[in-house]
Design a protein around this ligand. Structure first.
Ligand code: SF4
Length: 379
């Protein structure tokens, strides 16, 4: 079980981004972010009374760009959460950071507060590609950030990369992968650029002003990442994620195992006592709510046992280790072979899944068609 905290502030909006985040100026930083942190405290207190005593193994502070906030404030927040909620003594504590807003002193403070994992939004190592997607940092800043983190004693580092960027060639993608491996992070995430409706990038591509690599080229880029990263010694443990042995992300594994977690902050999603909820994305409403009344969910739903089983299969098939048959039976007292016999038979016929080591897993071919594999378990 774990906790996700959303910090919805960024220095500028990237062209492709549809995550919930707002741009804050230096002025706002003093007023809005201060009130936001107070509300986060109140929300954490609320969930602390609802959650019960089940141990929490991971804390993930994401965004937005958490490092937009002063490191002292983030450190105070982490200290507060660790006192208020039943964390184990040595939880995995991850913070997302942007190379542009990361300093040595900040990293030291975060480490002292218990942060032991940092996820850096690097995306690419070519400045023209970074500019093209509206990132605020440069390739050099990304390289320096990794050294800064290591110097501050934060050695468990994830680098987020993106492929399928406007104008990106396979050669540039290979170069990004090579430079990433050379920096020696313990974890690497590779995501393809998704053209989300309502973003400038989607509009520019739709209007023909910007060109992105086609599906075939993106599939080649993905295949290249799988090949280069596994050759470099990384374990490919989830569709988009690679880690050194023993360094898979404990927090994200909770999602892929469909386990309960508390979500704090605007737009955060949580799953507590069979209830899945998403908080309001309206910051003012969020501040008002935690000033006076009950939580302002944008959406919430009681999840039935059947729904949970479907979801467990759908997210579990993202893991290359697949869904463990015995663990599923122990959790739900039923075999997934019986529940999803038609779906499994069909997927096996298409060569997308296989049984191996007591688990149902995606095949190499299934990796490229993961959406279809997941959807097959939605009853
Ligand atoms: S830094 Fe991340 S959250 Fe902020 S605008 Fe860019 S992609 Fe979105």
């Amino acid at each position: 079980m774990g906790v996700y905290v959303h910090i919805p502030f960024c220095e500028q909006k990237c062209h492709y981004c549809d995550f919930h985040s707002v741009v804050v100026s230096d002025q706002d930083r003093l007023s809005v972010t201060g009130s936001y942190l107070v509300s986060l405290h109140k929300e954490a207190r609320y969930w602390s009374s609802v959650w019960g005593g089940e141990a929490l193994f991971a804390l993930f502070v994401g965004g937005g760009t958490p490092t937009v906030l002063p490191a002292e404030e983030l450190a105070d927040l982490i200290a507060f959460l660790r006192t208020e909620l039943p964390f184990v003594d040595d939880p995995e504590i991850t913070i997302e950071a942007n190379p542009h807003s990361l300093t040595y002193m900040g990293a030291r403070l975060l480490r002292q507060a218990g942060v032991n994992r940092v996820s850096l939004g690097v995306q690419a190592f070519q400045d023209h590609l970074l500019r093209g997607i509206g990132r605020i940092h440069s390739a050099e800043q990304a390289r320096e950030s990794v050294q800064t983190l290591k110097k501050a004693g934060l050695t468990n580092i994830n680098l987020d990369l993106m492929f399928g960027l406007p104008g990106q060639t396979s050669h540039e993608w290979a170069d990004t992968l090579r430079q990433t491996v050379a920096l020696g992070p313990s974890h690497i995430s590779c995501y393809s650029l998704i053209l989300e409706e309502g973003t400038p990038m989607e509009k520019w591509v739709r209007e023909g002003l910007v060109h992105v690599p086609g599906d075939d080229q993106q599939a080649e880029m993905y295949a290249l990442a799988c090949k280069m990263l596994t050759k470099a010694g990384y374990e490919h443990y989830e569709i988009s994620n690679f880690s050194e042995p023993g360094f898979s992300c404990r927090h994200n594994l909770l999602y892929w195992h469909n386990k309960p977690f508390i979500g704090l902050g605007t737009g955060a999603t949580g799953y507590v006592q069979q209830c899945r909820y998403t908080n309001t994305t309206d910051i003012q409403e969020y501040l008002r709510t935690w000033g006076e009344g009950p939580p302002a969910f944008r959406w919430s739903e009681q999840v039935s046992r059947d729904q949970e089983m479907d979801e467990t299969m759908m997210v579990g098939m993202r893991l290359l280790g697949g869904v463990d048959e015995a663990a599923f039976r122990a959790r739900y007292q039923v075999s997934f072979r019986d529940l999803y016999s038609d779906a499994i038979e069909e997927l096996m016929k298409r060569g997308l899944v296989q049984f191996s080591a007591g688990s149902l897993q995606v095949t190499q071919r299934g990796l490229f068609l993961e959406n279809q594999v997941s959807l097959a378990f939605l009853r």
